[in-house]
Structures are given as C-alpha cells and as structure tokens.
Design a binder for this molecule. Structure first.
Ligand SMILES: NS(=O)(=O)c1ccc(C(=O)NCc2c(F)c(F)c(F)c(F)c2F)cc1
Ligand SMILES: [Zn+2]
Length: 262
C-alpha cells in the first residue's frame, strides 16, 4: 500500500466535530466569497504531471473511497501556482450529498455543488513521507474540483464501474492505469487558493488549497453509484449509505483567499 494509505488515520468518529482543534485558525472547508478574494498576479500556472502507471488501488476507508497512487517516486506531481515546492500525488477521493442540492465541502458565494473531488499531494521536496508532511504547515496541497450534474463523464466511468467492489468499509481492489488528469477541467489556470486544513480528522492545518473555478460534469447515474457505497463494513448489522460525507464549513478568521484570475 502506498505511504498515504497507512492506518495512522486519526481514529475519531468523523462527523462529531472534535471539541478542541489545536489553534484552529486555518480550518477547512470554507465559503469562498468571490468579491473578497484578491487577484495575485504572482500566482503562476499550475504544472500537473500525472503518470497513470502509478495508480495502484481503490478502497473504502469508511469516510469516502480513495484511489491511491504509488508515491515512492516523483512520477505524479503538481508544482507552480501558489506552490514553492514540488508535491507528489498520493490519492484522490470525493465528497458528495444524498441529493444533487448539496455535497461539496467548499462553496462559491454560498453556491454548493453536488460533489467535490480532492487530489491530495504532499511536499516531496521537504519531506520523505506523507505522514511527516501531514503535520507541517507547507506539507500538503489539495486540488479541489467541483462536480455538476450534466453529461456523462467518460473518464470517470472506469472508476464508477469499480465502486461496487468496494461497497463496504475496508474493502479494497486493485485499480490501475487511471489518469486523474481526466478529472481536471480543461482550464486549470483559473483557481482560488488559501491556507487551510484537512477536512477530516486529524484536521491538521497543513493544506494549501487550490480550488478550481471551472467544474466538471458527471451524469446523475454516475453520482448515484457514489451514493450506493456504504460507511459500514460487511459484518455490521445496520448498513448506512455513504452520503453527506462533507465537513461543516469553518470560519475564515481573517484569511485572504487569492485568485489566479481577475
Ligand atoms: N478531505 S481532505 O482534506 O482532502 C483529506 C485528505 C487526506 C486525508 C488523509 O490522508 N487522512 C488519513 C491520514 C491522516 F489524516 C494522517 F494524519 C496520516 F498521518 C495518515 F497517514 C493518513 F492516511 C484526510 C482528509
Ligand atoms: Zn477531501
């Protein structure tokens, strides 16, 4: 299993918010108020370089389903944009709602989307393992892409077809040769960026968020398969549908959200 899949994950029931978050002044997700965002001409274009051969497996961790990449070399990386260093892709996952009215973690001027993709990367210039980077303020970079209901996403279908095999918590299947670049919008030059945190425990304030302005479209039926996943493992008596796996939005607390576009 790739480094980022280690079971160090904070064993905390996710949706009862932890009582005290260590110095929580840069928590995620947030509502992005467009008129309060500040254009930063020094933000460079993002440079994304993903190698589908690093794709390894897909598993249900009881929060979402994760597609995990081999992050032992710099084969799939992101740099540029707001990032000073090179960051290695370790996994991507989604958050979604029980219906198409909500589901995303971030919002744009309060507009929620039915789902949100997170491509999770860690700073491989400064750290040697995801677990090290996850506690450092410049440790992680997450690219967020909103999903809208519309035409069927051909690239996503291979992933959708694999989901029934990871219906229950802790189920895992081999999943290879998937190019996550197909899930990015055509234009990745327009984004907002801000300093935030993981949106699930341990909620560490290690994330440079890069939220794409352009969304991608998936079909209603494709998103319905996400909702057929379960939070619960096969042996549990009561099965609970994996829906509404998003965190409540957090206070901006004086942070500036920068935009790469005017
Ligand atoms: N929604 S999001 O903000 O994009 C997000 C991204 C990654 C993780 C994660 O890797 N959790 C498990 C996990 C940890 F949270 C650790 F702190 C750690 F050390 C791990 F190894 C680990 F797998 C959680 C939330
Ligand atoms: Zn996420």
């Amino acid at each position: 299993l790739s480094a980022c899949s280690s079971k160090l994950a904070f064993m905390h029931p996710m949706w009862q918010e932890p009582l005290a978050i260590p110095g929580g002044d840069r928590q995620s997700p947030i509502d992005i108020v467009v008129r309060k965002s500040v254009f930063d001409p020094q933000l460079r274009p993002l440079k994304v370089q993903y190698d589908p051969r690093t794709c390894q497996q897909i598993w249900n961790n009881g929060y979402s389903f994760l597609v995990e990449y081999d992050d032992t070399t710099d084969k799939s990386t992101v740099k540029g944009g707001p990032l000073e260093d090179q960051f290695r892709l370790c996994q991507f996952h989604f958050h979604w709602g029980e219906n198409n009215a909500w589901g995303s973690e971030h919002s744009i001027d309060r507009r929620l989307f039915p789902a949100e993709l997170h491509l999770v990367h860690w700073n491989s210039d400064k750290y040697s393992l995801f677990e090290e980077a996850v506690i450092e303020e410049n440790g992680l970079a997450v690219i967020a892409v909103f999903l809208k209901i519309g035409k069927r996403h051909e690239g996503l279908q291979k992933l959708v077809d694999a989901l029934p095999a990871v219906r229950h918590k802790d189920s895992l299947v081999e999943f290879t040769k998937f190019d996550p670049a197909c899930l990015l919008p055509e234009n990745i030059d327009d984004y907002w960026t801000y300093a935030g945190s993981l949106t699930t425990p341990p909620l560490t304030e290690a994330v440079t968020w890069i939220v794409m302005k352009r969304h991608i479209e998936v079909s209603h039926d494709q998103l319905a398969v996400f909702r057929s996943l379960l939070f619960t493992s096969a042996e549990e008596q009561v099965q609970r549908s994996m829906v509404n796996n998003f965190r409540v939005q957090q206070a901006v607390k004086g942070r500036t959200v920068r935009s790469s576009f005017t």
